[in-house]
Design a protein around this ligand. Sequence first.
Ligand code: BDR
Ligand code: CA
Length: 319
Amino acid sequence: MSEAASTVAPRKIIIDTDPGQDDAMAILLALASPEIEVLGITAVAGNVPLWRTAENALKVCEVAGKRDVKVFAGCEKPMAHSLITAEHVHGKTGLDGIELPQPTMALQEQSGVDFIIETLRNEPAGAVTLCTLGPLTNIATAFEKAPDIVERVGQVVMMGGAYFEVGNITPAAEFNIYVDPEAADIVFKSGADLVVMPLDVTHKALVTKPRLEAFGAFGTHVGEACKGWLDFFERFDVEKYGSEGGPLHDPTVIAYLIAPELFKGRHINVEIETQSDLTRGMTVADWWGVTDRPANAHFLGDIDADGFFTLLTERIARL
Ligand code: BDR
Ligand code: CA
């Protein structure tokens, strides 16, 4: 870090997440980075049910040795439909790949949604960034319950959606948006400043063998956990896509806060399909500007993958 950078106050964030091995890596990256202050972690139902995502968030904080992080449980089901989970990708626990003890840290009593509302009201307007790594249920529920907070959000930086890559859970939809399209629709229409990391970016961030081995080479418990998680998590996508490694999704959100120059994108209109059975959860992204619909999101399309993995390993090695 340069001397100039060290005088800048850290960026305050709330991580809204459904861990998930890639969520876990994102949390570690945030907790390892001095540019970022994690005000709290709010769990949401997604990859696995809420009780597991909340427990997993605690486990990740313990792996990082950061027992003072506040972890909250949020919504246990999407706004309008029943929950769809992804144990076929993440394993039964959501964090398969390494045996971890039951956490000794406790969840906060306050609900994740109320924590988001209270924090946005108490912090100066524009000071808090919401980093979303799962379905948008907690954020949309907070926006519906307390519309005054929307204009107080600094930025929402999310992993979700796709344009060129289209879908991963259905031919038309990416998982985080598909699980709760009604919530995504609320967030995309909210007027909040949105940055979107779609599959178009994350499918270029592949965990190749050398990138995987770099975590094992730490020789620490954190490194062993990362290697175990990534090894487990990527087996599904390597088989599916036939690629040299599985895509690493969620840490791109945190990397964007630290090094936005690693990413390229366009400021465009993005709408969410909520009606069609066939394309439910699709992010209809006007990448080519063929409509007059106003831009509502900075939608990224490219990543410097080597730069991203260098940042990720260098930071997580500090834990
Ligand atoms: C997203 O879905 C989840 O399975 C991952 O954690 C990531 O947030 C990718 O589509
Ligand atoms: Ca996730």
